[in-house]
Design a protein around this ligand. Structure first.
Ligand code: MN
Length: 293
C-alpha cells in the first residue's frame, strides 16, 4: 500500500494514478498541530488496514494529479542517518575515511526533523558563498513498530515501509548536524510504500539525476550496514517510535546542486520525486565565514 499526506495534512492511499482520502478513517483533524496524523496512521495500521482496503474497493479515488502531495511524515520523533554506508562513496570522500569511519565503525547521526520537505517542495539553498551544497540520494526506512534493543533477526518486523529521501548537506568541517539541517534539506516521499510491497529490501535500485544527467546509481545490496543492522544499531542506543525515519546512507556520485537545477530521485518499487532547486534568502551566518580546509 502507498500512503501519502496531501492537501494540508490529509491522509490518503495512492493506487495507480488515483488517491483515496482516508483522513476520517484515521480519525485525524487536518487542522491539528503538531501534524502527527501519519504517525497515528502508522502506529494503528494493523487495525486500520481493513477499512483502507474496503475504501479502495468500494469508492472511486481522485486523480493523483489533482492533489498536492506533502512530505509523508511531517513530525517524526527523529531522523536517524547513516553516513559512509556504501564503499564507493567512502572512497570518493577521500583517503582519510578508512574502515573505522564507515557506518560499521562510526554509527549514525541525527538530522533535524524540521529539515523535512515533500515531493512538491523546492530544495532551498542557503546563500553561503564559496560552499558546495551536495545531494545524497538515500533509501528512507520508516519504522512501524517501535522498540529498544531490537535484534537484527527481528528488525524487518519493525519496518513499516520505505520512501525516497535526499540528504542535502553543506560541505565543510562544521558540525554535521548543522550542515545537514537547513529547512528543506531532507526531501521525503513521494509517499510511503509499505514493506509488504517491497520484495527484497536488500535488492533495490537507486538513481539520482541532476538536470537529466545521471549522478548516482546504486543498489541496496552494496550497503555496508544493511537495513536490519541499521535498525538494530539505532535501537541499541535509543527507543525507536512509529514513524521514525532512517536515512540509509548515500552511494557514490554526490555532487553540488545549484539554483535552477532539477533533481530527480528514483527508487525502484518505491517511487520517484522531481524537485526544483532554488536560492533562498536565509541561512547566512558568520559561522560559515572561514576557509573550508
Ligand atoms: Mn547521507
Amino acid at each position: 500500500m502507498k500512503i501519502a499526506r496531501f492537501d494540508g495534512n490529509r491522509l490518503g492511499i495512492v493506487e495507480g494514478d488515483t488517491i483515496h482520502d482516508v483522513t476520517e478513517l484515521v480519525g485525524v483533524d487536518p487542522g491539528d498541530w503538531p501534524p502527527v496524523g501519519m504517525i497515528r496512521l502508522v502506529s494503528a495500521f494493523g487495525r486500520l488496514r481493513p477499512a483502507f482496503e474496503e475504501t479502495r474497493r468500494s469508492r472511486p479515488g481522485r486523480p493523483l494529479t489533482s492533489v498536492r502531495l506533502e512530505c509523508p511524515i511531517d513530525w517524526p520523533n527523529k531522523i536517524i542517518a547513516f553516513p559512509a554506508n556504501y564503499h564507493e562513496h567512502v572512497a570518493e570522500m577521500g583517503a582519510g575515511l578508512v574502515s573505522t569511519f564507515t557506518a560499521t565503525g562510526q554509527g549514525f547521526f541525527l538530522k533535524a526533523t524540521s529539515s523535512l520537505s515533500g515531493p512538491s517542495d523546492p530544495i532551498v539553498l542557503p546563500p553561503i558563498p564559496g560552499r558546495e551544497i551536495h545531494h545524497e540520494s538515500e533509501l528512507a526506512i520508516v519504522i512501524g513498530k517501535g522498540g529498544r534493543a531490537i535484534a537484527a533477526e527481528a528488525a524487518l518486523d519493525h519496518v513499516f515501509g520505505y520512501a525516497c529521501l535526499i540528504d542535502a548537506v553543506v560541505r565543510g568541517k562544521e558540525e554535521r548536524v548543522m550542515r545537514k539541517s537547513f529547512d528543506t534539506f531532507c526531501p521525503l516521499g513521494p509517499y510511503i510504500v509499505t514493506a509488504d510491497e517491497v520484495t527484497d529490501p536488500a535488492d533495490i535500485d537507486i538513481a539520482l539525476r541532476v538536470n537529466g544527467t545521471l549522478r548516482q546509481q546504486a543498489n541496496t545490496r552494496d550497503l555496508i550496514v544493511g537495513i536490519a543492522d541499521m535498525v538494530a544499531m539505532a535501537s541499541a542506543v535509543m527507543t525507536l517510535y512509529p514513524g521514525d525515519v532512517i536515512a540509509s546512507g548515500t552511494p557514490a556520485g554526490v555532487g553540488p546542486m545549484h539554483p535552477g537545477d532539477r533533481v530527480d530521485i528514483e527508487i525502484a518499487g518505491v517511487g520517484s520525486m522531481s524537485l526544483l532547486v532554488r536560492l533562498g534568502e536565509q541561512g547566512m551566518h558568520p559561522v560559515w565565514n572561514k576557509p573550508t580546509g
